[in-house]
Design a protein around this ligand. Sequence first.
Ligand code: PXP
Length: 237
Amino acid sequence: MPRLGVNIDHVATLRQARGGNEPDPVAAAVLVELAGADGLVVHLREDRRHIQDRDLTILRQTLQTKLDLEIAADEAMVKIALSVKPHLVTLVPERRQELTTEGGLEVAGQRERIKTLVDLLHDSGIPVSLFIEPDLDQIKAAHKIAADYVELHTGRYANARLLKEEQSALESVAQAAKLAYKLGMGVSAGHGLTYRNVKRLTQIAEIVEYNIGHSIISRAVFVGLDQAVREMKHLLN
Ligand code: PXP
């Protein structure tokens, strides 16, 4: 059964909208874990637009499952990760103007730079995942710099309008997952996944974890966080 990591950035986005202290992503994390999620995902952005350093510190101390910290592939952010010591660090591309993480990290074109960051994290015993497009060259590059996991960006699959486009995107994810698995890396997937589109992906046996945020938090507004997480967990079974 694949694992479910729930991204709670959107709870923090709602809090930041008023600059106060509710809703608290730390409280959300407790409910998410009680509902059966296998881990929590947070993205500490350079501009701190949602998750704050304080959230990270408390989550690290209170989580019972697993903390996956997403950060930009940047030395200053890696230093923060080294002090927090999450269970996993996921390196993602980051642009200040974007609404969400658009596209995967370019690993093949900047292997040496990313490898330096991966090595720093490994020296502290922290496993590293790279959030990349389902592209075979990116998978090979991730393997060459000793990434432990790859998280396949499912945006093209999720945004496909035509059945043919969706099928081709699904095929790319499947091929990338198979190669990553064959090379010995753990495979997860995320971005734009919903209660409607996640089911088809679960046919890809190599994907052992799904990281899902927006869709779960959106449903939680109507049915509550507990039910929203349970329903997604059920779909992954
Ligand atoms: N995985 C990664 C690496 C991401 O950057 C995001 C978006 O923050 C997600 C998963 C979750 O995407 P969504 O909110 O679209 O489910």
